[in-house]
Write a protein that binds this ligand. Structure first.
Ligand SMILES: [Zn+2]
Length: 154
């Protein structure tokens, strides 16, 4: 059976951008003209097209959140921001249990946004952190399809 991992899939599709961590100086809208929004704003087009959604990387999103909220986030601090994250996680739990898919999707977005906010205040580059831990497969067994024992947390 052929090895089937994300790297192979990415190469088959000719997509080298999968799991590629941004190099320094490369993140932020001003540094990536192809995906830059217009000068009028720092956000993405409001059409909600999947094309626009697909153009948003984790690094872009973290920069977007940084641009929108960093001043407020720093003033609030990590502890206050962490409370907001916990509140949003509670709302996600409620939406998954009682809501529909759209409501759950909104709460996933909120949780990720608040997680990103805390990363900004803590000075953590999410894309680099995720790539460092998960970019080479499961952190536990280093396989692209986890083979860790079910009893263990990978
Ligand atoms: Zn594993």
């Amino acid at each position: 059976m052929a090895t089937n991992n994300f790297s192979d899939l990415a190469q088959e599709k000719g997509d080298q951008s999968l799991w590629r961590a941004p190099k320094s100086g490369e993140r932020g809208f001003s540094d990536s003209p192809q995906s830059s929004p217009s000068d009028a704003g720092m956000g993405y087009p409001s059409g909600g097209t999947s094309e626009a959604a697909n153009s948003m990387t984790i690094a872009h999103f973290q920069q977007l959140i940084r641009n929108m909220y960093l001043k407020k986030d720093v003033a609030r601090g990590i502890e206050g921001t962490f409370m907001w994250l916990m509140e949003e996680i509670g709302e996600l739990a409620a939406a998954l249990r009682h809501g529909n898919r759209d409501q759950s999707a909104t709460e996933f977005a909120d949780v990720f946004a608040w997680l990103t906010t805390i990363a900004n205040v803590a000075g953590v580059d999410l894309a680099e952190a995720i790539y460092a831990k998960y970019g080479r497969g499961c952190p536990g067994c280093l396989k692209w399809v986890c083979e860790c024992p079910d009893s263990g947390k990978p």
